[in-house]
Design a protein around this ligand. Sequence first.
Ligand code: SAM
Length: 256
Amino acid sequence: MIRKGDFVLLVGEDQKEFLVKVDYKEFSTHKGSVDLSRLVGKEYGICVETNKGVKYWVVRPVLADFLKRIKRLTQIIYPKDIGYIILKLGIGPGKKIIECGTGSGALTMAFAYYVRPFGRVYTYEVKEEFSKLAQDNLKRIGLDEWVTFRVSDAEKGFQEKEVDAVFIDVKYPERLIESVKKSLKIGASVGFLLPTTNQVSSLLKVIEKSGFVGAEVVEILLRRFKPNPERLRPDDMMIAHTGFLLFARKAKEDNQ
Ligand code: SAM
């Protein structure tokens, strides 16, 4: 049942979608306005009409809907990459994770969502302005409770030890390798997002010399289709490049 303060996704016949918080105000679309007070107490999936008679279906938003609309001041990690990162790092309830840098908080949002209710995300960001934005982004949807935002240069090291996974999305990841090693549990995974192949090559060399094993490099391509059953074909445009993902595991050094 829809309650006051819930987020709902309004899905139009023209595929346009709006993520809206249900309060007692009117929400204006390009095709008229919806009286949000009418939604309280109703079931998800109902259809409402704007004052101009245009239909919108009211559905329950998922994490991808929130990520799509995140306020950003930095480049962010996209849902297509986030899905694989979550699986590769074994993110789940109760896990303790380090992330660097926070940026706009897109990945932080996904980590926080999946470590609930017992886990915690420690996210490092050198620029206060970005950390504040990320905090606001998570607060808006109630996920900040599972995150410690640290405004700090990660090159000075991480405070947490024995963490279950680390993810690094900064310009010079090789400068953080020794800190990652000190904080990560033996056998646990580290992941990186790198925009260019040169950066992947440089990092691979450092990783191999630093006691990490099982390196994997992937690029994830997502091709959307126009959902027309009679003329099913890909969209004309796609996001062709976001970044390369590199994963590795911390080996036990003394082999005992
Ligand atoms: N993954 C983020 C997201 O999904 O929104 C985006 C991260 S953004 C591309 C990279 C961030 O790393 C920037 O905000 C930058 O200020 C931060 N950064 C770079 N070097 C850093 C360092 N040594 N310590 C902490 N943050 C750093």
